[in-house]
Design a protein around this ligand. Sequence first.
Ligand code: NZQ
Ligand code: ZN
Length: 381
Amino acid sequence: MACFTLYNPVKLHFGKGALDKLGKEAGEYGKKALLILGKGSVKANGSYHEAVSKLKEGSVEVFEYSGIKSNPIIEDIEKAAELGRKKKVNMVIGLGGGSVIDSAKIIALAISNPESPWDIVTGKVRPKSALPVICILTLAATGTEMNPYAVVQNTKLKKKVGYGHKLMYPKISFLDPTFTLSVPKNYTAYGIVDLIAHSLEAYFGKGEASLSDRFTLAIIKEAIKNGPELLENLNNYELREKIMYAATCALNGITFVGKESPDWGVHDIGHTLSVLYDIPHGASLSIAYPAWLKLQSQRIPEKIIELGYNVFATSKVDDTIYKLEYFFKMLGSPIKLSQAGINLDEKAKEQLFKTMAKNKVSGVAHTLSEEDYRFLIEEML
Ligand code: NZQ
Ligand code: ZN
C-alpha cells in the first residue's frame, strides 16, 4: 500500500428533507450568495423553489447565474465570477448536476483570485483562497458533492480538463434523493455508468490496496444490482437513494485509499469525446471503457479476471469485458460512437486521433501510446 493522508472535510446531509438545514447553515457563511443553475430542470422539479425559500428563511440574499450547460464551459465561469465579484457575495451555491456544481467550485476560486480561471484549472497559477462552496445535488453521477475536483471545457482549445484543489471541497452538500426522481432515463443511465467508471478508474489505478478494491467492487455490485431496477422504476425513491449514495462513495476518495492514484485514462478519452462531439459524460465512458479493457486484456488479465470473478461470476477476461459492455447496453447507454449518432469517416477519425495526441490522452497507471489511440478509435466506432 502507498502511504496516505485521509482528508475529506465535506459535511453531507443525505435524505428526505435534507434541505431543511440549508438556510441556517448557509447563513453561517454570510448574507449574500451566488446561486449557480443549469438550464431549467431545477425550476421544474421544485428544488429551486425549496432552496430559495430556505435561503430566505436564513436571511441569505440570493444572486443568480443560470444557463450552465452540460459539459460546462469556461466562458460561463468567467461571467458568473464577474457577477459574484460585483455583488460581493460571501459564498457560491451550486444547485443541479455535476456540471453546475463543478462550475460553482471554479467560480468560487475565480471570485477570490485575480488570475483567469483557465490559468487556474490548467495549473499555470496556484489559487490562494476561495469562497465557501455549498452544493445541492439533483443528479447522481459524478461524486463532485464530496470531492475537491471540477471539470471544465475550453471549446476553442478543444480541451476538457479536470482540476483538483483542497479549496474546492464543498463546505456542505445537501443530497435529497427526491430531487433526482425527475432525472430522465438516459441521464439516470449515464449516472450509473459514471459511478461504475469512477470505481473502475480506482480499481485499475496505480498501486495495490486490497481493502480499497473490495470497497470498490462492492460499489460496482450495488450499481449493477439496483441500476437496471431503477431504470424500470424511475419514481422509486429507495432505488434513487441507493444509486445516489453509491455515486457519492464512488468518488469521495474511499476507493483509492492506499493507492498512488486512480488511473483516469478512460476519463481522459471520454473528455476528448465530449469536447469534440458534446456527448454526455456517462455516454462517453460507456463507449470508451469496453475499448480500453480490450486494449488492456493481454496486459492486465489477472486484474480483469478478479473483476469478472467478483462482479460477473466469470473467470474469463473476454467474458468480463463482454458482460460489462452488455450491462452498459442494457442500461441504454451507447457502447459505440455510432450508437451516439457519431459516425466518423477517415478525416474525422484523423481529427480524433490528432486531438488525443495533442491532449496527450493517457492514464496514470496505464499509459497510452499513439498506437493505442488507433486501436481505441477503431474499437469505439
Ligand atoms: O441544465 P439542467 O436544466 O439542470 O439539466 C440537466 C442536464 O441537462 C439535467 N438534470 C440535472 N438534474 C436534473 C436534471 N434533469 C431532471 N431532473 C433533475 N433532477 O441533466 C442534464 C445533465 O446534467 P449534468 O450536470 O451535465 O450531468 P452530470 O451530473 O453527469 O455532470 C457531468 C459533468 O461532470 C463532470 C463531467 O465531465 C461533466 O462535465 N465530472 C465531474 C467530476 C467531478 N467533479 O468529480 C467527475 C466526473 O468524472 C465527471 O468528469
Ligand atoms: Zn466521470
